[in-house]
Structure formats: C-alpha cells, structure tokens
Write a protein that binds this ligand. Structure first.
Ligand SMILES: NC(=O)c1ccc[n+]([C@@H]2O[C@H](COP(=O)([O-])OP(=O)(O)OC[C@H]3O[C@@H](n4cnc5c(N)ncnc54)[C@H](O)[C@@H]3O)[C@@H](O)[C@H]2O)c1
Length: 431
C-alpha cells in the first residue's frame, strides 16, 4: 500500500483530532460522522472541542486543513470507505444501565464491510469489550464484504490512549499498542501509526490482550480514584488535609495516587468496569473489588449533593430554599465534554432536593436548564458555592463571597481555596 487515503469514522473527541493530525502530515483524510449537525459545523470550521497544537487552536487547524483540501468531512460513510484504503473506526460503545449498546458501532462496521475495497486496512481505535475485534468486527466485515481478513483486507486493534485536551501532542508522543493476528496487518498498522507518531510502538499478536490492556488502563484509574476518595473521607474525619497527604505520598517514586475531585465522568473510565464485566460474566468470573470501586465512584455525586445540604444546614439554611452556584460542569478541567459528568449529576440531585441551581462552565455549550452564562450571575445572592473545576482558580474568592448571601457556604472539591484568606463567617468545606 503506497499512498494512504484515510477515512476516519466518527468525528468526536478522538476522531476529529486524529483525522486532522493525519491531514497535518499531508495525508488525504476524509472525516465521517453520522450526525448531520456535526458535519455541517465541521464543514464551516466549527467545533466546540478545545484541543490545540503548536500554538494553533483546533478551529484554526480545521479551517486551514479544509481549505488545503487535506481534510474533508462527510456523512456519506459508504463513499468515504470506497475512496479510502485505510479505515479508522472511532465510534464508541456506550453503556446504559450496565449494558453495552453496540448499535452505532455495529452500523459503522456494516458501512465498512459493505464498502471496503480489496487490500484495505481497518484500524479499530474505539475502546471495546475484550474480544470485540475478532468475534464481532472481523466476522461482520468479512460477511458483508465477502473478503477474508488477513488475505483480502487487513485489520488491527490499536487502542486510543489520548486524554482530551492533549490529543495532538499525545498522538505524537504516547506509546502505541498494535494488536494484529497476522504479520501484514501488523506491518500496515505500524505504517499508519508512524505517520503521526514518534513514540514507541509495541506489537502483540493477541488482539484480545491489547483490547483488555486498554480496559485495564482505565480500570486502574477508576480504582485509584475510589481509593483516594475513600481516603478523603478518612482524612476529613481525622482533621487532615487530603491533598497534602496525597502530595506527600506521591513523593515516593513508585506511588502515583490521583487527586480526588467531584467524581469520575466521560466515556472512558465509567465504562471500563462494564466492558470487563461483560467478558467476566461470560467466563463466570466475579470482579468484586472493581465492582465496588465503580459503585463507590458512581455514588460520589450523591455524596457531594448531601454534603452541600449538610453544610447549608450548619449555616442555618435549608437546601430546598437555597440558591446554589456551581463552578464547573464538564467531566474534567477545561473541557466541553459533560458526558456522564458527575458535576451535572450533582446539579440534578440538588435540584431534586429543591435547591435553585445556577451552574457555570466556560467550556460547556448551553444545554442544561440549570446553566447560566457567567460565574457572576451564578453567585449573585447564592447561599452556597460548589467548586468543581479548576477554571475557578482565575476568580478571586473574596470578591465572589462579597456577592453571595451571607453566611456564604463554600465547598471546594479541587483544593483551590486557601481557607486562611476567607472572610470571617464563611462556612468552608474542602475535600
Ligand atoms: N474521549 C476520549 O478522550 C477518549 C480517549 C481514548 C479512547 N476513547 C474511545 O474512543 C472512542 C470514541 O470516543 P469519543 O470520545 O471520540 O466519542 P464521541 O461520541 O465524541 O465520538 C463518536 C462520534 O461517532 C459518531 N458516530 C456514531 N455512529 C456513527 C456511524 N455509524 N458512522 C459515523 N459516525 C458515527 C457520533 O456522531 C460521534 O460524533 C470510544 O470508544 C472511547 O471510549 C475516547
């Protein structure tokens, strides 16, 4: 395969920067998304993503790659697959009530199978239930195309390991795993990864081992967060500063504790247990520790909503009469991604308790009934402020408190407020 014509199926948080990254390396790339609104916006150079690369925003990169012709966007997956010899799948498998929904992923595989040209390469980059590439994708594409994997077309599983917000840099620098069952698929996959990566490439001929390792990476973060959250409850009772203890422990070269925040969200970490559990159940294996970590993390929004009600009561205020300002809605800092966001869940739970919620996040597009356009409007006459996101560090806490309804109740889940600087009478709680 000489000239690589690349189609990237799914133009979300992974697919769009991945497609643009290949286009930046002078490859012809077609981005495909089934959502017409996403396609229309991308065609105009519009995205809510906050990625950047070498001083240029993703919007600037998108516009210049559209005009150079290196990047095209379409909702016509069939035509894109027919024109390409490398097809990269980045459509996710969401979990609803613990059960995986394959519908979008399956439809994308059907599009690939029905339109793939001989000798093309398929790279699965979505995070999947272990076994999915060989027991789901490959047979489906073979059946729809009449072609044989490893002979007429090539397929590899290459997990995406980027963090949102660092995508372009991490495509270049993050070691990449390639799982392929045959040598040609492995070699072709490496050629594609090398287009935009200078990092180590690690091969395995066990596709399911690579799929499982991706799920395990996410699971260790889920368990790590559950550990530090449990520790935070202990530290609070013991009158210690949680973050200080974690900072001290992390000075050990082999300790890497995460810092607790308002909870765990996004597509990756919350789904990991359910992906592994789907395989484990089929094998009759129980995963009690990982299940508990997941349950503990899922319970965090309820914990913080209850904590806010408790601290309001300490200040002589009733949660059902309170106005609560919330700083942060995304599932992580400086991100537009509020999928499975614990912050949004905290807002919903407090709303159910009767509180009036005014939540602000500069990166999240307006889509919740409790969202307001500025932090200033959120805190105006608020009884309580919940700090859930690091963007709050740009604000002066004393100015904020001056606009709140006294006594101000401040809950800081991100260790951004120095309690010694607070005006007298402020009721302060931190994680
Ligand atoms: N977001 C991350 O930081 C990250 C990091 C590593 C891995 N992953 C994994 O990568 C995958 C994608 O994640 P994401 O965050 O980019 O998801 P996303 O929801 O942002 O993007 C998926 C896109 O696919 C589109 N789509 C759905 N069905 C389609 C179809 N049949 N044809 C074409 N497009 C279709 C959707 O409209 C959406 O825009 C997931 O498996 C996720 O677990 C994500």
């Amino acid at each position: 395969m000489d000239e690589k014509r690349i189609a990237v199926i799914g133009q979300g948080y992974v697919g769009l920067p991945l497609a643009l990254s290949f286009a930046l390396h002078e490859r012809q790339v077609i981005g495909v998304d089934s959502d017409p609104a996403i396609c229309q916006n991308l065609a105009k150079g519009i995205t809510t993503q906050t990625e950047s690369f070498q001083g240029k925003s993703i919007q600037e990169l998108l516009k210049s790659l559209l005009s150079s012709g290196n990047y095209q966007i379409t909702s016509d997956g069939a035509a894109a697959v027919q024109k390409s010899n490398v097809i990269i799948l980045t459509v996710g498998i969401p979990i609803y009530d613990g059960v995986a929904d394959f519908s979008h992923f399956e439809s994308a595989c059907q599009t690939i199978g029905q339109n793939i040209q001989k000798n093309s390469l398929v790279l699965i980059r979505s995070t999947v239930i272990p076994g999915t590439t060989e027991t789901f994708c490959t047979p489906l594409i073979e059946q729809a195309s009449g072609l044989r994997a490893g002979v007429d077309f090539f397929i590899a599983y290459v997990p995406e390991r980027i963090a949102e917000g660092r995508a372009f840099e991490e495509f270049e620098t993050m070691p990449t795993l390639i799982g392929a069952a045959d040598a040609d698929s492995a070699r072709l996959a490496e050629e594609v990864i090398r287009i935009n990566s200078q990092a180590e490439i690690i091969h395995s001929n066990s596709i399911s081992a690579v799929e499982t390792s991706k799920v395990l990476e996410n699971l260790q973060r889920d368990a790590n967060i559950a550990i530090v959250q449990e520790f935070a409850r202990f530290a609070e009772a013991a009158g210690m500063n949680t973050m200080e203890v974690i900072r001290l422990a992390n000075t050990h070269k082999r300790v890497n504790l995460m810092t607790p925040g308002p909870g765990v969200g996004g597509y990756c970490i919350p789904n990991a247990f359910h992906y592994l559990n789907a395989s484990a159940q089929a094998l009759g294996v129980d995963l009690p520790l990982l299940r508990l970590a997941r349950e503990k993390n899922e319970a965090l929004p309820a914990f913080f909503a209850e904590k806010a009600a408790e601290k309001l009561a300490e200040a002589g205020k009733l949660v059902e009469n309170a106005k609560i300002a919330v700083a942060g809605l995304a599932m992580k800092d400086c991100s537009p991604d509020d999928r499975l966001s614990p912050a949004a869940e905290i807002c919903r739970l407090l709303q159910k308790k009767g509180a009036k919620i005014a939540a602000f996040d500069p990166f999240v597009a307006a889509r919740h009934d409790f969202q307001v356009p500025s932090l200033e409007s959120a805190i105006e006459n608020a009884d309580c402020l919940l700090i859930l996101n690091k963007f709050f560090q740009n604000y002066d806490i004393k100015t904020i408190i001056a606009r709140m309804n006294p006594p101000a109740v401040i809950l800081d889940t991100r260790d951004l407020v120095n309690p010694e600087t607070l005006p007298e009478g402020t009721l302060f709680w931190r994680i």
